[in-house]
Design a protein around this ligand. Sequence first.
Ligand code: FES
Length: 445
Amino acid sequence: GGYGSLNGTMQAFLSEVQKDLAQGMLSPRVLNDPDIHRAELDRIFTKCWVFVGHVSEIPSPGDYVLRYVGEDQFILARDEQGEIQLLLNNCVHRASPVCRAEKGNTSHFRCPYHGWIYKNSGEWNGAPHRAKAYRTIDTARWGLRKAPHVDSYQGLIFACLDPDAVPLREYLGDMCWYLDVIFGLNEQGMRAAGDPHRWIVPANWKSGAENFVGDAYHVQSAHSSLGDIGLIPDNSKSVTETFHIALEGGHGLIAIPKALPEPFGVGNYPPEVTSTFDLDRLDDDQRAFLESGYGVVGFTIFPNLSLFQAPGSTEVGGFPAVNTSLRQWQPRGPEQFELWNWPMVWNSAPPEFNQASYDAAVFSFGPSGVFEQDDTVVWRGGPMVGRSAFARQDMKLNFQMGLDGMSDYEPRPDWMGPGEASTSAFGERNQRRWWQRWSEALASS
Ligand code: FES
């Protein structure tokens, strides 16, 4: 049955989801239902702060790239005043896309249909035969539709389509602390190593978001072949040594104690990279986090931005170059998503290190990456079971790991950072919280 415009049936389903989550269960319907999908676009992607790019992708006035918030296409532009704008890529005359290039530099966009012209700040700037065709037109009214809020933190640009949005820093909350220790290690910061890689995955976008918020448990199984050939030196560590940090707002991280011995230093970077860091930018607790050897291997910022960061190489026994990728799970209907993947490199690092880091990033989580293919194969089950007439009757997925002392999963004592850290990754608390946040966002008006 359809849920229509979030009527009583949908509300009832969402309260069932919340009750199920408290007992460590979830209906597989959430992974393919078209009405849930429509509600996500209307209620999550228009209300939350959504990642749209990195400042390094549009450094100069006139630079632009095409981006998505949910399934809506936008132009992310740096206007002539240097301000970042997010403009719906649809003409307000007859809705034609005004920009047909993926990226470029321009001061104006000219609609291909009838030729209306807009500034890169979105304002209406003219039309062919204007004196005859539009002797009067309210130019202030007929600009491109603009996201009401665009802001950045540590170079990551987010937009919110809700005029009543809370500020970005408030939305990110304690994730800011962790973004500082990942991206804020010096003034120069990181940059996108190139355009994002993009590919279609036959699975629901939430499978990716949920995986990166806490699922270290799958590594020993889904990625076991990488352990077999020695590419992950000790595959069992991926779950026995990693742990979770749960934050307010549905955000969460997977972290790890020191992975590499001397001379590798903070963040598992080699000396030629750590020598370019300026840790005085951080507070005492943030420095303690890094100097204790902790690192973040993954996170999800609700709803659909994740990060992967780990030492890696393209051959067994190769140099372990830390590689960092931002990954975004872009919905494309309920049964597909488009994965956008941005390998990131340090502006301050030697080019040879950045090349090794980029190669490792592509080798692991690029479109043909050895980790990537393992994940996208298993996530296909979501749409399958969501579509299954038999499963839809009453099947529930198990989210019980770590519930009420049911596993080896305790609070980590003396945690120096914000959030609730665990002793291991033998729990699904971060995933349950992500889904809890998801259900609350869908249920809110
Ligand atoms: Fe753009 Fe007519 S649709 S000018």
